[in-house]
Design a protein around this ligand. Structure first.
Ligand SMILES: Cc1cc2nc3c(=O)[nH]c(=O)nc-3n(C[C@H](O)[C@H](O)[C@H](O)COP(=O)(O)OP(=O)(O)OC[C@H]3O[C@@H](n4cnc5c(N)ncnc54)[C@H](O)[C@@H]3O)c2cc1C
Length: 382
């Protein structure tokens, strides 16, 4: 059965779902409020649980030229960069988000998918599948996928929990040329530095010798939530002045730094309401301590499309199966990410020592537990 599927939002979740559903032969339209497909300049890592699905969907090959393949994740101390623990990585890629989203949108367009820019949806009728647009247009679909991020329009449907709140974390990010960083340790790896009330992550992105960094601090202050707000480098250097000089050199060599508040939301108890299905950050935003938000979006899109492929005549089975499999996985990941935030930012030196010992003994199990998730295996158990 060929379905008319409307997707709200052309981020990583909407575009991935669009590509996979279009491949199955459905009539797919993506409606995006922005006038162009644009992402902020920042890095993203996709771990094996997501890349294995991209590979099975024939998409990983196309990312080869824009990806780096760090083979190790190293946790270090914020002073002296001494290694606390490390773990070999398999199947993880890092890239510039702008290049990832460009690849996904080009792939969708090459498949003759309909991508409608400057089309802000303001309401979806979950029972009828009718979408109302800011520009007064209306559309009707058999299924509507809300892939519209943390402040999803699904809040006007039956998802009252959708109220984004400041999480108590502020993040800084920047991109630096590798040639300006002669002393920075292990530039090819993912490096995570634990310090009191903060942590820093850096890894390589793209093919042009760039290093992406993210520095996250615990902070009581509320900040406007935008990826595009420019921060002051002097403030960043001041906030982290006690940290290792290689990290300060990394910050100093960045031409622009951005600063923003990280938001979170209550967990949802369901992801489906009649014809409306939530995916990606609309369904399960998470604080970014496990680097799994986009990976979860790819898992969502893959599982949904596989269910539709296996049960084309039984939409109820598709929707029930999606909700059952995804709620279990993403609820756990949301909780796990919050716990990791507290773990990373321990301030008391004695507790930090215990944390480091625990990190050393648990790192393999923790990373494997997340990266070895196989969506196809979970589908086979349904
Ligand atoms: C600091 C930080 C680092 C991160 N690092 C990683 C990482 O390394 N790995 C990882 O897996 N995840 C990471 N994440 C999480 C990841 O960025 C998100 O989970 C992911 O981008 C969510 O994608 P999405 O498509 O669901 O939502 P979004 O990217 O928010 O896209 C939503 C889209 O919908 C559009 N839209 C919104 N409302 C409407 C409307 N009413 N009508 C039409 N269009 C609309 C928006 O314009 C946007 O294009 C990180 C997050 C943060 C904050």
């Amino acid at each position: 059965m060929k379905l008319k599927i409307a997707i709200v939002g052309a981020g990583i979740s909407g575009l991935t779902a669009g590509i996979l559903l279009k491949k199955l032969g459905h009539d797919v339209s993506i409606f995006e409020k922005s006038s162009s497909i644009s992402e902020y300049g920042a890095g993203i890592n996709l771990s094996r649980n997501a890349t294995i699905l991209l590979e099975r969907s024939g998409l990983l090959e196309g990312l080869k030229d824009i990806s780096q393949y760090p083979s190790r994740s190293i946790i270090r101390n914020y002073k002296g960069s001494k290694e606390i623990a490390s773990k070999d990585l398999k199947g993880l890629i890092t890239c510039d988000r702008r290049e990832l989203v460009k690849f996904l949108s080009n792939t969708f367009i090459d498949q003759e998918g309909d991508l409608h820019l400057s089309n802000e949806v303001y309401e979806v009728n979950a029972s009828t599948g009718e979408l109302s647009f800011k520009n007064k247009k209306k559309e009707k679909a058999d299924l509507v996928l809300a892939c519209d991020g943390i402040k999803s329009l699904a809040k006007v449907n039956n998802f009252k929990e959708i109220e984004a709140k400041f999480s108590g974390y502020v993040a800084w990010r920047g991109i630096v040329d590798i040639e300006n960083l002669p002393n920075l340790k292990k530039l090819k790896d993912i490096n995570i530095y634990y310090g009191p009330g903060a942590h820093v992550v850096h890894y390589p992105i793209g093919q042009k010798g760039k290093i992406n960094f993210i520095a996250i601090q615990s902070s009581p202050d509320w900040l406007g939530e935008s990826w595009r707000t420019q921060g002051k480098k002097e403030d960043l250097l001041e906030e982290f002045k006690d940290w290792d000089k290689d990290i300060l050199r990394l910050f100093s060599n960045c031409s622009k730094v951005y600063k923003w508040g990280i938001f979170d939301r209550k967990q949802l108890k369901r992801l489906v309401d009649s014809k409306l299905v939530l995916m990606g950050d609309a369904a399960h935003p998470m604080v970014p301590f496990m680097g799994q938000g986009a990976c979860m979006s790819i898992e969502d899109a893959y599982i949904f499309s596989r269910l539709l492929e296996d049960h084309p005549e039984n939409l109820n089975k598709v929707l029930d199966g999606y909700q059952k499999l995804r709620l279990k996985r993403v609820s756990w990941m949301q909780k796990r990410s919050r716990i990791q935030g507290k773990f990373n930012h321990v301030s008391n030196p004695l507790i930090a020592k215990i944390r480091n010992l625990a990190t050393r003994s648990l790192i393999s199990r923790n990373i494997e537990g997340i990266h070895s998730y196989d969506a196809d295996l979970e589908l086979s158990k349904l």
